[in-house]
Write a protein that binds this ligand. Sequence first.
Ligand code: ADP
Ligand code: ADP
Length: 218
Amino acid sequence: MIEVRDLRKRYRGGTAVDGLSFSVAPGRVTGFLGPNGAGKSTTIRLILGIDRPTGGTATVGGRAYASLERPLTQVGALLEAGDLHPSRSVREHLRWLARSNGIGERRVSAVLEATGMAGAARKRARALSLGMRQRLGVAAALLGDPEVLILDEPVNGLDPEGVVWIRRLMKGLAAEGRTVLVSSHLMSEMALTADHLVVIGRGRLLADSSTAAFIASH
Ligand code: ADP
Ligand code: ADP
């Protein structure tokens, strides 16, 4: 469960998040919808403790991200720009991440299988297509077998096959009772993916309802 309360983030240039409150429940896919610049990535960075809020709180399972004991096993996140080492292989990236987070080698093989990357495990990062990079990012997010998954614009730049794959994956994880938050600026994509929508604009909450109810009322 993710809880965002009166969250605010001001930058020198202006306010990116302007008093946001919402919850993300387990067992369903929650779409975080809003146009570019609405404040989605900023909110996600605040939830993940990558940035500090100007005000309010963002918690995962009742605790701030920074206070989680083994964060990777509780929250998996796919961010927009993955940091990849060009000459390291897919498996080496996952192995390094697993080692530095106390996660067993067996999980590396498991996520390679789960993301359809087993055949590409020895490919170097520089040789990966954008779709493969996305899959590697998802593999990394799944490495700790987390209860909470946060994906920031995962379908950006993905081929149609990849889009369908990631949609099925998110639905499957939600069906297992996990908490899944996925951001997008595309209503069409969220209509197919999300059970519930949190819609924001200019850092403020515009709607928080089931996808069906949102579509019916717009
Ligand atoms: P979204 O993810 O919905 O596209 P962002 O959270 O990336 O929106 O951005 C929200 C607003 O905050 C934008 O106006 C953006 O330019 C601004 N912003 C985001 N990050 C920074 C930053 N590090 N410094 C200054 N402004 C930022
Ligand atoms: P999005 O595609 O979600 O809108 P951006 O491309 O705006 O994200 O942001 C990418 C990165 O640039 C983020 O790390 C964000 O913090 C930073 N950034 C965004 N807008 C600004 C800004 N106005 N000033 C400084 N950094 C920014």
